[in-house]
Design a protein around this ligand. Structure first.
Ligand code: FAD
Length: 343
């Protein structure tokens, strides 16, 4: 019998597990893939994320999880009218596989039990206990008083529990050898409606030029991607010598008001699966902070489910308000996000 089973060893799950384990709770983290696992991500750790790593894990993000250039100096947004907004802020450029594996190792060091290559198939609640069905080397069950579901965007388990249809944005990015006249130390986001239905972006990882677009309608991906490449050729002397790889992923489609699903019964949601995500896909800090809030609420009200929820919501309120302010800001600078504007 565990106190808490955490689903998913991303930044959200590792934070929740570390905090609970360090405070004496018996915690199991189940991760579907073998670690280190691949996660499509630009891997930009903004200052807020770096601060949260120090605050929650007691040390700085190590250099060994970074890629070249390790230092990120900020973000440059170009809005739909071609106006540039520069946000200078020191950050790091990491490989998510290495960063997330490092977080998982930390959670383990603080006492969490980690099982990778282990999927959670289902959760069933009975008499203050959740029975979790796993698929690892075999199908088996474990029990816990709480589950923190941090399974990330796809949310197969959440869909089974809530029986609802998710709302996704599809991302597509390519890794290329070549050259461009942009500064490799910045993350560039483009909000012009002819490049994407959301945002298009450029950044560099270990010498690879990464170019991506995101859409609501997947049939339009290549059309937008071609428009974006043509623009980058014309305006930034993009020259692609060789395409190394492509990847497609999903992001939650955040709607006006930034609704959050906090959980169902003894299964709390945190991170992307709950709806915590900042504009332009900056979701690591939101994941970590929500994982921390969920863990704190469980720790403080272990025997009172109602209080766990009210406290989780209360603790996550500043994060939720921060998200709303950020989405409001992008709505003000680009028509493509105008639907997000709050009155
Ligand atoms: C193209 C792209 C670029 C991005 N760039 C950035 C960026 O630069 N900076 C930033 O801050 N954010 C970025 N994001 C967002 C960021 O990646 C996510 O918000 C963040 O990873 C969410 O963390 P999480 O822990 O909630 O979920 P995840 O990181 O997705 O972790 C969930 C984990 O759960 C596991 N899992 C899923 N289902 C199960 C199951 N049934 N059983 C067991 N395990 C399961 C998964 O394998 C995964 O390891 C980007 C997203 C995309 C798509």
């Amino acid at each position: 019998m565990y106190d808490v089973i955490v689903i998913g060893a991303g930044p959200t799950g590792c934070t929740a597990a570390k905090i609970l384990a360090e405070n004496g709770f018996r915690v199991l983290i189940a991760e579907k893939f073998k670690l280190p696992r691949y996660k499509s991500c630009s891997g930009q750790l903004i200052q807020k994320t770096l601060n949260l790593v120090e605050q929650y894990f007691g040390e700085s993000t190590p250099y060994c999880v970074t890629c070249n250039p390790a230092e990120n100096r900020g973000m440059i947004f170009t809005n739909d009218k071609g106006k540039e907004y520069r946000f200078e802020q020191p950050g790091l450029n990491v490989w998510r596989s290495s960063f997330d594996e490092w977080l998982a190792r930390k959670a383990k060091q603080f006492g969490a039990e980690l099982r990778d290559e282990t999927s959670v198939l289902y959760c069933k609640e009975e008499n203050d206990t959740v029975t979790v069905t796993f698929n690892g080397k075999s199908v088996y069950t474990e029990q816990a008083r709480f589950v923190v579901d941090c399974e990330g965007v796809v949310g197969a388990l959440k869909r089974k529990l809530l029986n609802n249809a998710p709302n996704y944005i599809t991302t597509f990015q390519t890794y290329n050898q070549g050259s461009i006249d942009l500064d490799y130390h910045y993350f560039y986001a483009y909000l012009q409606p002819n490049f994407s239905e959301y945002d298009a972006w450029f950044n560099v990882k270990d010498g690879h030029l990464v170019l991506g677009v995101s859409v609501k309608d997947t049939s339009k991906i290549y059309h937008y991607y071609q428009n974006f490449i043509a623009y980058m050729r014309e305006h930034h002397r993009l020259h692609i010598e060789k395409q190394i790889k492509t990847d497609k992923w999903l992001m939650p489609h955040i709607l006006p008001g930034c609704k959050i699903d906090y959980g169902v019964g003894r299964v709390l949601f945190a991170g992307e699966i709950a709806g915590f995500l900042n504009p332009m896909g900056e979701g690591i800090s939101a994941g970590m902070e929500s994982g921390y809030c969920a863990a704190q609420a469980i720790m403080q009200h272990f025997d009172n489910l109602e209080m766990v929820y009210s406290d989780y919501k209360e603790k996550a309120k500043p994060l939720h308000n921060y998200m709303k302010r950020q989405w409001n800001f992008v709505a003000k600078i680009a028509d493509i996000f105008s639907e997000m504007e709050l009155n």
